[in-house]
Write a protein that binds this ligand. Structure first.
Ligand code: ADP
Ligand code: MG
Length: 357
């Protein structure tokens, strides 16, 4: 693991082969999960509902026992260590502020638990409220706060005891989109400023990509891919990851040399792609519109305005529909006949045999 300055970063959290089963039989909720988080790193676990994200956090917090595997914090095995001795903070989706306490009473909760001197509590509360953008809000009633403000209070409360690892479960899930997009940028800045190590989980890819130094994609209790947001976005490893990120141009293919045979005809592939059967992802940006007489003939089945571009759904005579992106001024009408070509730079060879998912 290498930090931004090039030095080897210290490992704060390590999960080795962590497995959790609820009941007998069936798929485990967590299936031999290996994961490390470096000191000061922001890792975001991304996956659909039911993929095991909350269970993962609960195991690290000591709220859920693992059936197999180990959780190490700063190199120390945590088996038998109770939650309150692990030095981790956990913030749930429904932030559960104490309605009968004011803002300061909520933020100081963890400090009271550890019996910090009153003056220290007050100073810390004031500092944290400044930090989360609610200066002077100490005496406000929780019920008088907006959803976004409550989320900030919950965050200040989680940060107050200075946990060595802060864990966030769908932290912005309840908020509307505009607020979420703003808060996520602020959070990232705040965590870097404080040097907080963060393990967050979310089903929202936008949130994960905006917040994380590193994204971990989960599928059915297993890790499907790990990488920087850019790596995962540019090179989804499997058909599952590609589809989860919203890429629908995934086809069975057989590579031979510099091109692959697909239901859409020949598609060029990146240099050095091994020959044989595989699955290909063609990112919409790699679908070029040509004149109606050239390329693969298609008909425009749908077009959706997406703000920066128009998403086109194109129906070839044979094979699945193709999603393409084009500039607003070039967008053909529904029903128009257009030819398409493919650009190898936006073709990604996916892992896994053609039949597995
Ligand atoms: P996520 O947070 O990604 O939505 P969870 O970790 O909550 O997923 O759940 C993973 C799987 O484990 C799901 O199939 C869920 O139904 C199951 N599960 C979670 N908690 C329990 C529990 N306490 N008892 C039984 N099954 C559970
Ligand atoms: Mg969950």
């Amino acid at each position: 693991m290498t930090a931004r300055d090039g030095s080897t970063a210290q490992e704060l959290l390590r999960l080795g082969g962590v497995t959790v089963r609820f009941g007998t039989g069936g798929r485990p909720a967590l299936d031999a999960v290996d994961l490390t988080v470096a000191d000061r790193e922001i890792v975001c676990v991304l996956g659909p509902s039911g993929s095991g994200k909350s269970t993962l956090l609960r195991v690290v917090a000591g709220l859920q026992q693992a059936d197999a595997g180990q959780v190490l914090l700063e190199g120390r095995d945590q088996s038998g260590v109770p939650t309150h001795r692990r030095g981790v903070g956990l913030m749930f989706q429904d932030h559960q502020l104490f309605p009968q306490r004011d803002v300061a009473g909520n933020v100081a909760f963890g400090l009271r638990m550890r019996r910090s001197p009153r003056a220290d509590q007050e100073r810390t509360v004031a500092e944290l409220l400044d930090l989360v953008g609610l200066p002077g809000a100490q005496r406000r009633a929780v019920a008088s706060l907006s959803g976004g403000e409550q989320q900030r209070v919950a965050l200040a409360r989680a940060l107050a005891p200075r946990p060595r690892l802060l864990m966030l479960d769908e932290p912005l899930g309840q908020l509307d989109r505009g607020l979420r997009e703003r808060l996520v940028v602020e959070l990232r800045r705040l965590f870097h400023e404080l040097g907080t190590t963060v393990l967050a989980v979310t089903h929202d890819q936008g949130e994960a990509f905006a917040l994380a130094d590193r994204v971990v994609v989960m599928q059915d209790g297993r890790i499907a891919q790990t990488g920087t947001p850019l790596e995962v976005w540019q090179r989804p490893a499997t058909a599952f990851v590609a589809r989860f990120l919203g890429f629908d141009n995934v086809v069975e293919a057989t590579v031979r040399g510099e091109a692959a045979a697909t239901p859409w005809g020949k598609v060029p592939v990146p240099a050095a792609t091994p020959d044989g059967p595989c699955r290909l992802l063609v990112r919409p940006a790699g679908v070029r519109l040509t004149g109606a007489a050239e390329g693969l003939p298609t008909t425009v089945a749908a077009r959706t305005f997406r703000g920066t571009h128009v998403a086109l759904l194109l129906q070839p005579a044979a094979g699945p529909q193709v999603e393409a992106a084009c500039a607003l001024r070039d967008a053909p009408d529904v029903g128009a006949r257009v030819g398409i070509g493919f650009d190898a730079r936006d073709v990604v060879v996916l892992d896994g045999s053609a039949s597995a998912d």
